[in-house]
Ligand binder design. Structure first.
Ligand SMILES: C[S@@+](CC[C@H](N)C(=O)[O-])C[C@H]1O[C@@H](n2cnc3c(N)ncnc32)[C@H](O)[C@@H]1O
Length: 221
């Protein structure tokens, strides 16, 4: 696992086995904020005019998407239930040394790090309004009695992990999404659009994060 500095100065991890970074080389921080927080969660909250949401993330990794989302929710007084699916959890020490503490409030960061290992075993309450669970499982083995409002789909690219983008995987993860719920991902391809349409989603091309013209946002009908 090597740290790589991306275009906006934030770091990511290079996974040599897969041959890909955990985030965009153009900027890990700006990608996470743009694709998941702004185009996913903020869009959902504005659309529904509510101040609570549950999020299911596919590919929890470092937890960058989680901490930026949790920090935003703390500032805006939004209740957040977050579940990240991760087949190969990173060691806490790796996450501690990546420098993401700079991007969120100190108490939130400390709560995240001190509860990371527990969150891998069960749901933990980080603050009065923020709950986190990291489901240590391969995506197709994931089950939950819960339904979610927003899906952050942050798998490695289809060229490296095509099985993550298969109809079977997409059908499985979207079965946990409420009607009216939002599915976002950094990528957009013809295959992905066709699969999501066939699953009963309204498709929308949204502006991509720096380095990508477009990304996909879909809403469950
Ligand atoms: C692009 S990275 C996600 C980056 C992450 N969201 C972050 O902010 O650090 C993809 C993640 O998917 C995980 N992964 C790979 N295969 C998986 C599988 N079959 N099921 C669940 N997670 C998987 C990887 O271990 C990696 O953490």
């Amino acid at each position: 696992m090597d740290f790589v500095t991306t275009g906006d100065g934030s770091k990511t991890i290079f996974n040599a086995q897969i041959g890909e970074n955990y985030h965009s080389k153009h900027g890990a921080l700006q990608e996470s904020k743009h694709v998941f927080l702004k185009t996913g969660l903020q869009y959902y909250l504005e659309k529904e005019s509510i101040s609570k949401a549950s999020i299911l993330e596919i590919g929890f990794g470092t937890g960058l998407n989680f901490i930026l989302t949790a920090d935003h929710c703390l500032t805006e007084d939004i209740k957040l239930d977050y579940c990240g699916i991760e087949a190969f959890p990173l060691e806490k020490q790796v996450i501690e040394s990546i420098g993401y503490n700079e991007y969120v409030s100190k108490p939130l960061w400390e709560q995240y790090i001190s509860n990371y290992d527990s969150a891998l075993k069960q749901e933990v309450q980080l603050t009065e309004k923020i709950n986190l669970e990291i489901a240590h499982a391969k995506v197709l083995a994931f089950t939950s009695p819960k339904m979610f409002d927003v899906i952050y789909f942050d798998a490695f690219a289809a060229i490296h992990q095509p099985e993550m983008w298969s109809d079977e995987t997409l059908a499985h993860v979207t079965s946990f999404l409420n009607p009216g719920g939002v599915f976002v991902t950094y990528a957009i391809t013809g295959n992905l659009k066709r699969s999501m349409k066939a699953l009963g989603f309204a498709i929308e091309k949204a502006p991509g994060a720096p380095g990508k013209r477009e990304m996909l946002r879909t809403v469950k009908l």
